[in-house]
Design a protein around this ligand. Sequence first.
Ligand SMILES: Cc1cc2nc3c(=O)[nH]c(=O)nc-3n(C[C@H](O)[C@H](O)[C@H](O)COP(=O)(O)OP(=O)(O)OC[C@H]3O[C@@H](n4cnc5c(N)ncnc54)[C@H](O)[C@@H]3O)c2cc1C
Length: 354
Amino acid sequence: MARVALMPARQYLEECFTSPEMRSLMAFFAMQTKTSLDQPGSAFGMVELPWSHAGGVTRARGGMSAVCDAIVRALEESGGTVLRDSHVGEVIIRGGCAVGVRTADGQEIGARRAVISAVSPVRTFTRLIDPDQLDPAFLRRVRSIQIDNTGVIKCFYALDEAPVFSESGDDGSNRGFRTAAGMLCPSVDHADTMWRYIRDRRLPTKIGWSWCTHTSTLDPSLAPAGKHTLGLHVWVPVELADGGTWDARAKETMAMRLLDEYTRCAPNVKDALIAWTARSPTDYEELMDNPNGNMNHVDYTPHQAFGFRPLPELSDYRTPIEGLYLSGAGMHPGPAVTGLPGHNTAQVVLSDLE
Ligand SMILES: Cc1cc2nc3c(=O)[nH]c(=O)nc-3n(C[C@H](O)[C@H](O)[C@H](O)COP(=O)(O)OP(=O)(O)OC[C@H]3O[C@@H](n4cnc5c(N)ncnc54)[C@H](O)[C@@H]3O)c2cc1C
């Protein structure tokens, strides 16, 4: 296991698989950690992703916002208050202790017991805390946490009919194909081309992989009667070469490249397209305030996983500021909608309050 975790994915693929289909599927898993197939440690994702999905995958009826709504309801039922559309501008620190937050519009909210930051640890220490409160050597280590130039573009398509995977013998009635999620893994060659373009900060001409979501297939409430949704996402460079920006044209280029690759499996989708929209890494940064729009808050690599996430000295969810704790995707066990970083932080806070 340790050997696999340290290996470049390509070596593992060549050692263990002969069929091109299996190699591209396993490459798909490896690339989920935002690593090319030659990076040492890139085989990590091949183990991590199937393992973390082994217990099955569930989806909230009504879409992912239903999960947030349920959490808010639970909190409010326990007497809590949730301020939506309110941005924290600063963690208030007095006498070395976190005693509250100040919102961007100047409102001060005191904390009787603890302040928990579930935004990127890098943003927490570099934007929300007065640098005079932090040891310069610690701050330097935080600033050097890896958040590379690879981001995500997610494209959303409205369809007149559900995808039919006729290239694989589907006629639209085979229940085996009517899943909410699919994995597009064209080939190892496609993956290599994609990474070359990402390294050169250009829009990939080949789609190395894509998660495909057909959520309306299982949850018709997500689309008008008879219509369907399709989501496709893939890695892209955050900053583009030659002063390029993630403007409407760049988004359209990637949205159509993704759709072209997808329609090689489900050709009916091209004529069924009603409308599309896309979120680029820049859109995600604006929307979520994660550095580089990074959905993982900090890169998820072997040197930033488990007890090293995001740094060894922060991995127990405590910080050098008394009363300030960390949570969210930047903490162990990392990204994805698991609730586990929150659970772990809660255990630490509760034990400190005892
Ligand atoms: C395209 C895409 C597809 C994905 N697919 C999957 C999937 O299939 N399965 C899966 O499990 N995961 C998936 N993920 C990953 C998953 O969405 C994230 O890992 C998860 O949302 C992390 O949750 P979080 O609460 O830690 O952080 P986030 O979801 O990043 O939430 C952080 C929140 O903090 C807010 N915030 C930031 N700064 C401040 C501030 N200063 N003050 C107040 N609020 C602030 C942000 O607006 C945001 O709402 C996907 C992500 C993306 C982008």
